[in-house]
Design a protein around this ligand. Sequence first.
Ligand code: FES
Ligand code: FES
Length: 176
Amino acid sequence: AAQTMPVSLKINGEIHNLTFDTRVTLLDALREHLGLTGSKKGCDHGQCGACTVIVDGRRVNSCLMLAATVDGLDVTTIEGLSHGDELHAVQAAFLQHDAFQCGYCTPGQICSAVALLDEVKKGDASVVSFEAKTANGRPPLTDDEIRERMSGNICRCGAYPNIVSAVRAVAKGVTA
Ligand code: FES
Ligand code: FES
């Protein structure tokens, strides 16, 4: 018999107290129980990144996480990035740089990029080689690093060049 447990999900700042089958993934909880369908199900096996959300500041594949394991943690989905009419800088950059075609991978790409830029802001040492550090000590983000750091997010339409342009544009703002 299926086991259920109460879970307190904090999604985009709002608490939802629900009871889940212990096997329900965070992705299914978002899409099927909370109606947050922005996070996409591509492979359901941790291979494509379409389901990427941010948990306590880190990007995760929500198809690989059980809803029960994020009890009480801060989850941000694509729906939580904009405020009213105001898009998140990364969303605006994706529009400006035409960084999508069918759009299926886009919410995951954007969540991934938001967390990536946070990693840079926090000065994650592994983001860049020491030599490349700028005068103010903040690392620039090279295109190779962007590609490497975004490699968990697959785009079947091949929008990669424009995705890199969008992330680079926001990164410039971050690291200037
Ligand atoms: Fe989660 Fe593909 S749906 S990684
Ligand atoms: Fe179609 Fe990326 S825009 S999969």
